[in-house]
Ligand binder design. Structure first.
Ligand SMILES: Nc1ncnc2c1ncn2[C@@H]1O[C@H](COP(=O)(O)OP(=O)(O)O)[C@@H](O)[C@H]1O
Ligand SMILES: [Mg+2]
Length: 262
C-alpha cells in the first residue's frame, strides 16, 4: 500500500501476509496477501463460501477455535504480530472487535449492560463514572445515544433490528479497539437500518481500521475506500474501490461485479 496515512488517523494498519487457512485436509484460504490501510474502510467481496468470514476470523484468531482448523502465514495489527507465540490472544481480541451478520445482543441484559459487558470483563474494578463515560461515548460513536438515552436500563430486545446491530457495534467500540471487523453487518436489516450503519462506519474510519465483508456490491462501492475480491480462497484483485468497480484488472472481477456469477 503506497498511500499515505491521512492526518489525524490513529487507527493501525492490518496486514495479511501469505495467509493460508482451512480445516483438516481442506484448504479455504490460499496465500492471501491483503492490507487494511489505516483511516480507510476495506471491503471484502466474493461469492458465498469463498472464505470471506474465514479471513476475518483469522485476524482475531477465532478461526483456530474450530475443530481441525489450521493457519499459516502472518497477520499483523499495527506492530502486533497476531500469530506470534508471545501474543496474548485475549488482549488481541480486545484490540480487534467483531460484529456478526445477525445482531447478537445479550438478551437478558439492559442496553447499558450490553455496552458495558466487554469493559467489565476486561476491567473489573472500573469506577462507575468512568464506565458510564465509556458507555455513552460508545453509544455516541455508534450513532445510537439519542435513541436510547431515556431507556438505557430497559431491555435491549425492545430495540429494532437496526438499533440492535448498532448496539453490537457500540459494545465492540466500548473497549476502544483498534480494528473493527464486520461480517455482512447489514444482511438482516431494512434499507433504513442499513443506511444508518453505512454512515457510521464511514465516520468511524479515522479511529478504527474498518474491515467489512459484504455480499452487496453497491454497499462496498458506497462506503469502502479499498475493495478486495476473494474467489476460492485467493485474492483475485485488491484496489481502490472506484478503480476496482470501474476498471478492474482481472476478467473474473469484472464478471463478478457485473453480476455474471456469485
Ligand atoms: N467449521 C468448519 N469446518 C469445515 N469447513 C468449514 C467450516 N466453516 C466453514 N467451512 C467451509 O469453509 C469455506 C469458507 O467458508 P467461509 O469463510 O464461511 O465463506 P464465506 O464467508 O465467504 O461464505 C466454505 O466452503 C465452508 O463450507
Ligand atoms: Mg461468511
Amino acid at each position: 500500500m503506497t498511500e499515505r496515512t491521512p492526518a489525524g488517523v490513529t487507527a493501525p494498519p492490518v496486514r495479511l501476509s501469505n495467509l493460508s487457512a482451512g480445516f483438516a485436509d481442506r484448504g479455504v484460504l490460499r496465500q492471501v496477501n491483503l492490507d487494511g490501510p489505516p483511516g480507510r474502510v476495506l471491503a471484502i467481496v466474493g461469492p458465498s463460501g469463498c472464505g470471506k468470514s474465514t479471513v476475518l476470523r483469522c485476524i482475531n484468531r477465532l478461526h483456530e477455535l474450530d475443530e481441525g482448523a489450521f493457519v499459516s502465514g502472518d497477520v499483523s495489527v499495527g506492530a502486533l504480530p497476531v500469530y506470534s507465540s508471545t501474543t496474548d490472544v485475549i488482549a488481541l481480541r480486545r484490540r480487534v472487535g467483531m460484529v456478526f451478520q445477525r445482531p447478537t445482543p445479550f438478551v437478558t441484559a439492559s442496553v447499558f449492560d450490553n455496552v458495558a459487558a466487554g469493559v467489565r470483563a476486561h476491567r473489573r474494578f472500573i469506577a462507575a463514572s468512568e464506565l458510564e463515560g465509556l458507555v455513552e461515548d460508545a453509544l455516541q460513536r455508534a450513532g445510537l445515544w439519542r435513541e436510547v438515552v431515556d431507556r438505557l436500563f430497559g431491555t435491549a430486545m425492545a430495540l429494532s433490528g437496526g438499533q440492535q446491530q448498532r448496539l453490537c457495534i457500540a459494545r465492540a467500540l466500548a473497549v476502544q479497539p483498534d480494528v473493527l471487523l464486520l461480517d455482512e453487518p447489514t444482511a438482516s436489516l431494512d434499507p433504513m437500518g442499513t443506511q444508518r450503519i453505512e454512515e457510521l462506519l464511514y465516520d468511524l474510519r479515522d479511529t478504527v481500521t474498518v474491515i467489512m465483508v459484504t455480499h452487496n456490491m453497491q454497499q462496498a462501492a458506497r462506503i469502502s475506500d479499498v475493495t478486495a475480491f476473494l474467489l476460492n480462497g485467493r485474492i483475485v484483485e485488491s484496489a481502490p474501490t472506484r478503480q476496482l468497480f470501474t476498471t478492474p484488472s482481472d476478467a473474473r472481477t469484472e464478471a463478478y461485479i457485473t453480476g455474471r456469477f456469485g
